[in-house]
Design a binder for this molecule. Structure first.
Ligand code: PMT
Length: 221
């Protein structure tokens, strides 16, 4: 770790999508690229933190100066995140699949000739942010969640803050016209229990630097 305001602090960052298998060759996923979460991991490391980045399947390079743990599914991401605790800081930027298939097939599913598609039964994944935000023994000092919304961004963010036990929620509007999923820029609303700041549209690297600065200031209080 580098010398800086977060020297001696440890951080867990999650990033990227999760892949939830349907069968050995098919999966349910989303359009997260990992750009925002990876940039946050790098920015915290530049401020001196000892960072573990738990990443879903992404094609971008590993950030410099962080320990990267690669996972595929939400359940693997939960296990790897818990294994990275205790930590002073948690930033949950991953786009975790809310649902997985109830029963992934062991062999590739085949068309049966009937013309009727198979029904995919889904079941809910564990909520990693809520698990960590409400953890009885291992809750980090500062827990930062994200909220990806397509409307009522601040309202849903405040709801997630309480429900998931976060100190701060970074809410972003992921309607397709904003191109946040996969793009290089983000417009973020930083929502606390009784505060909300709207940041200008910035590159994901600039968003990460600004957020790392907020985190360092909070931990210094
Ligand atoms: O990866 P990029 O292409 O750079 O895009 C960045 C991003 C849009 C993915 C990112 O900025 C972002 O918004 N990440 C959170 C996406 C998301 O899944 O949001 P959500 O509103 O569904 O979830 C809210 C919070 O709960 C998030 O912190 C999420 O990590 C967490 N969560 C959700 C479900 C679940 N089962 N476990 C969780 O921990």
């Amino acid at each position: 770790p580098l010398a800086g305001p977060l020297s001696g602090k440890t951080a867990l960052v999650t990033s990227g999508p999760t892949h939830e298998p349907i069968d050995p060759v098919r999966y349910i996923a989303n359009r997260s690229s990992g750009k925002q979460g990876h940039a946050i991991a790098a920015a915290l490391a530049r401020l001196g933190a000892n960072v573990t980045l738990v990443s879903g399947p992404v094609t971008i390079p590993d950030p410099a100066g962080v320990t990267v743990v690669r996972v595929e599914t939400a359940r693997e991401m939960l296990a790897a995140s818990l294994a990275a605790l205790p930590a002073d800081i948690a930033v949950m930027a991953a786009a975790v699949a809310d649902w997985r298939t109830a029963d992934a097939a062991d062999a590739k599913m085949k068309k049966d000739g009937s013309g009727r598609p198979p029904a995919l039964a889904l079941t809910e994944n564990p909520d990693i942010l809520a698990t960590i935000g409400h953890h009885p023994d291992l809750r980090p000092t500062l827990v930062v969640g994200f909220a990806a919304e397509t409307g009522n961004v601040a309202g849903y963010a405040r709801d997630k803050l309480a429900r998931k036990g976060a100190d701060l929620i970074c809410a972003n509007d992921v309607s397709p016209e904003h191109g946040v999923f996969g793009g290089d820029a983000n417009t973020l609303h930083l929502v606390g229990p009784d505060s909300m700041e709207t940041w200008p549209t910035l590159s994901k690297v600039e968003v990460a630097e600004r957020l790392a600065g907020v985190i360092a200031a909070r931990l210094g209080e």
